[in-house]
Design a protein around this ligand. Sequence first.
Ligand SMILES: Nc1ncnc2c1ncn2[C@@H]1O[C@H](COP(=O)(O)OP(=O)(O)OP(=O)(O)O)[C@@H](O)[C@H]1O
Ligand SMILES: [Mg+2]
Length: 369
Amino acid sequence: MDLESHQFILFFESEQAAELCQRATVENFTNQTILFEEGEKPDFLYLVLTGRVEFRKKLGTNQFQTLATALPNGYFGELGIFDGQPRSAQAIVYGGTTLAKIERLDLMAVINNTKGSVVVKLFNYTIQRLRASTEAYVKQLVYKERMVLMGEMLNTVIHDLNSPLIGIHLSSSVLKEVHSDSETAQWCDLIQAQAQRISAMTEDLLEFAQGNTILHKQPLNLAQNLQRFQQLNGVYLQEAQVELVIQAEDIVVNADENKLMRVWQNLVTNAVESFNGHGGLVEIKVSQKEQQVKIEITDNGPGIPEVIRDRLFESFVTYGKGTGTGLGTAIAKSIIDAHGGQISFESYAQQGTTFYISLPWEAKALIRS
Ligand SMILES: Nc1ncnc2c1ncn2[C@@H]1O[C@H](COP(=O)(O)OP(=O)(O)OP(=O)(O)O)[C@@H](O)[C@H]1O
Ligand SMILES: [Mg+2]
C-alpha cells in the first residue's frame, strides 16, 4: 500500500499528513530481520506498508511467545515514542516487509501542533491495541502457570519412574542371559530401547515445560533414523492395523536423533489415534532440495478438526480425545524450531492430513558417523 493512504497518515490534516510523508523513510526488510529488541530505547514509529511484523517475548533458548502482529495499514512503536519507556517486546519481520519509519522527534513536532481530534483517533487505536495485547498477556500468564505446574508434576513423575525403569532394564538383561537365542535377544533389546525412550521422553517433556530445548546434534542419516522409528513402533502399528510406508533418500542432517524421533512419534501417533481403531495408511517421504531437507508425513484419516486448525501448534490445544494433553504438536514444533526448521500442515476433512517439515541442510553434516 502507499504511505499516503496509510490510516496513520489519514488521521492528520492534509498539510501535516504531507509533512509526515516527507519526513518518513520507506525501507524494505528481509524475513527474520529484528527491528528492535525488548528493553531498547524507542527511536522510531513504524507504519506497515506490506508484509508482517510480530512482537514476541523470549521464553527460553530459541523459544518465543508471540504477543501481537502488525499487518499492512497497522503501525507500532508509538507507545515508546509517547512515554519514552524501553521497548516491551522484540519486533521481528516475517517475509519481505516494507515499513515507513518516522523519527521520534519528527513525529512529536507534528503531534505537538496537531488538533485534539487527531490525538483522540491516535488514542483510540492505541487503546484497542493495548486491550488486545493485555488479553494475549493474560493468556500467556495462564499458559506459564500451567507449564510451571506441569514441570513440578513431571519432576515427581521422573523421580517415581526411575525405579520401575531400572527394574525393566535389569529384568530384560537377565532374560537375555538366561535365554540366549537370537529372537529373545532381539525382543529384550527392544524392551530396553523402549524403557530408554520412556525416560528420554519425560526428560524432554520437562525441558519443554521449562521452555528449553537443548539439542545434542550429530550427523544423522534420516533414512536410518526412520527405519529405527518404524522398528520401535512395529508392535504398536500392527495392533492398530496401520501401515507405515517410508520413502527416504540417503540424506544426512546435523540433528538431535532422539528429538527428531519424538517429532515422528508425536505426529504418527496423532495419525494413528485419528483412525480411531479402524486402521489406515501413514506415509513419510524425505527428499532434499538445495539447502533444505523436506519431510512429509501424510495420513488418510479424517483430517484435523477445523475448530483447532488455527491454534494447532499451541500447547494444550486438543480435540476429541479423552486422554489428549494437547502437547504433541507443540513439542514437535518446538523441536523443529530449535533445529532452525519449519513445520506446517494441510488437512482436508475425510481425506487426511499432511505435515510438511523442512530442516536446514549443511554440507558439513555429510561427514558420516
Ligand atoms: N493427523 C491428524 N489427524 C486428525 N487430527 C489430528 C491429527 N493430528 C492432530 N490432530 C488433532 O489435533 C489435536 C492436537 O494434537 P496434539 O498432538 O497437539 O495433542 P493431543 O494429541 O490431543 O495430545 P497429546 O499429543 O499431548 O497426547 C488432537 O487432539 C487431534 O484432535
Ligand atoms: Mg498428540
